[in-house]
Write a protein that binds this ligand. Structure first.
Ligand code: NDP
Length: 324
């Protein structure tokens, strides 16, 4: 018998229940993974509180790293004992062991430890598509990224530096400002104290930036649009403060023929080829040390409620992992 965190109804962190579960044997295309570290992501909170609906009861969690314990009869790319990680598939990473289709797994290279893999795969592939696909950042280019000291944020700081791009990051405290700077963010704005639109205008000599990456959602709308230069791109990729409210499309014309996109990792990494290409780039940066992804917060699996409380109250920085 193994244990997992499950939800029977949506709600606060108290909805997370640590329960005994029967994992079973893998079907033909599946693998059984024993987790050594599990990534905590803000999306887990959206599923837990019902912002993103899911049939109940349900497991939780999208991201894990660990060791292959058993493989189904059709699986050829993975064998018992392989070190693997994933960030896609059915909810259920908050568990000691689980079954998962092999198509979602990637091998974790030597030189990347399990905790870093669990901390970085989902968040790092997100930065990969944001910076390299949604809008290709180039060296010297200034751009705005909200929540720069968060899990995705600290990887973004380091990736921007590796590209030579000039990141303006918003953060919710002075400690987070220090942290973002130390990870390669060029300019920080404490948006609890400062008007970030004015600061971005100052930093860009009134021109604005060509791209804003916004995962805060409700609280930074529509101000993020005012940071853009004409024809700029608003990338709305999350809702940490709540969902962006419905708006008139005319706002995009009034603010300078703007573009907007609402992307998800799961459409960018939808094919096995895309997942492998994107992971290769991320693991390259992790292996070379250009990105360090050691988690800043660790909890035992059964203490997942405490991890959620900390994350949703803006008290974490960088990534959080659960250890089974
Ligand atoms: P973070 O570690 O970044 O935590 C969220 C951060 O958002 C907080 O630390 C806080 O930073 C900031 N924030 C601002 N306002 C609020 C608020 N009212 N309540 C809570 N937090 C707030 O989380 P993750 O790294 O897991 O994810 C970052 C964002 O990226 C999330 O919105 C997530 O949904 C999104 N995401 C989207 C993906 C996609 O493909 N679309 C994939 C992965 C993540 P501060 O105190 O500095 O303001």
């Amino acid at each position: 018998m193994h244990h997992a965190i499950r939800i029977h109804q949506t709600g606060t962190a108290d909805a997370l229940k640590f329960e005994a579960v029967d994992v079973g044997d893998p079907k033909a295309d599946e693998v059984r993974v024993r987790h050594t570290a599990i990534g905590v992501n803000f999306i887990d909170i959206y599923f837990r509180n019902g912002l993103y609906p899911t049939p109940l009861p349900s497991g939780l969690g999208m991201e894990g790293a660990g060791v292959v314990e058993a493989v189904g009869s059709n699986v050829t790319d993975f064998k018992v004992g392989d070190r693997v990680a994933y960030c896609n598939g059915a909810l259920g990473a908050y568990s000691e062991e689980r079954l998962i289709p092999a198509e979602f797994l990637v091998h974790v290279p030597e030189g990347v430890d399990d905790e870093s893999a669990a901390a970085a795969l989902l968040k790092g592939l997100t930065v990969q598509y944001l910076f390299r696909q949604t809008y290709r950042l180039v060296a010297g280019e200034m751009f705005l990224f909200h929540a720069a000291a968060g899990g995705v944020g600290l990887i973004a700081c380091q990736w921007a530096k590796a590209l030579g791009a000039v990141m303006i990051g918003t953060v919710g405290s002075d400690e987070k400002a220090e942290l973002a700077l130390a990870h390669g963010c060029a300019h920080v704005i404490n948006y609890r104290k400062e008007n970030f639109v004015e600061r971005v205008r100052d930093l860009t000599n009134g021109k604005g930036v060509k791209v804003v990456y916004d995962s805060v959602g409700r609280d930074t709308f529509p101000m993020s649009l005012d940071c853009l230069s004409p024809h700029g791109l608003w990338v709305s990729f999350g809702n940490a403060s709540g969902a962006v409210p419905p708006f008139e499309i005319g706002i995009l014309s009034q603010k300078g023929s703007l573009f907007m996109t609402r992307p998800t990792l799961f459409s960018y990494a939808a094919t096995r080829d895309a997942l492998q290409e994107m992971s290769k780039e991320l693991f390259g940066l992790l292996s070379s040390g250009q990105i360090r992804a050691t988690p800043r917060h660790r909890f035992a699996l059964r203490d997942a409620p405490e991890a959620h409380r900390l994350l949703e109250s803006r008290k974490t920085s960088g990534a959080t992992v659960l250890i089974p």
